[in-house]
Design a protein around this ligand. Structure first.
Ligand SMILES: [Zn+2]
Length: 114
């Protein structure tokens, strides 16, 4: 396990989390993940911490409103959020992580139909 850091584009929001050096990510075909080409890395809430910029975090909800699509008020980037598929975890966008872990395998999730 290793500590990683990530955040939004403008740098107002920063977080850290612990993950394996080789991880599984999910790609989802739902409307919002497709438009962003989001790379999901699920991190349990206990292994994740926002270290800067809580006040810049805002959210967007749609559909069943179970997922909380969190994004930066300043730059608009969704660097992590609360997914409906894993309610005990956050989904970190691997593209927003500095020196990210390597991708072991990719799971294709049919979020459009689930
Ligand atoms: Zn930002």
């Amino acid at each position: 396990m290793k500590e990683y850091f990530g955040g939004c584009h403008c740098g107002e929001i920063k977080y850290k989390f612990v993950a394996s050096k080789s991880v599984e990510i999910w790609k989802c075909n739902c409307s919002i993940c497709t438009i962003q080409d989001y790379e999901h890395l699920f991190i349990r809430h206990n292994d994740f911490k926002v270290i800067k910029g809580t006040k810049f975090i805002t959210k967007y909800c749609f559909g069943t409103k179970t997922a909380e699509h969190l994004f930066c008020k300043n730059c608009g980037i969704k660097s992590f959020y609360q997914p409906r598929s894993h309610l005990d975890s956050y989904s970190v966008n691997l593209r927003c992580v500095e020196e990210p872990p390597e991708i072991k395998n990719v799971v294709y999730f049919d979020g459009k139909n689930k």
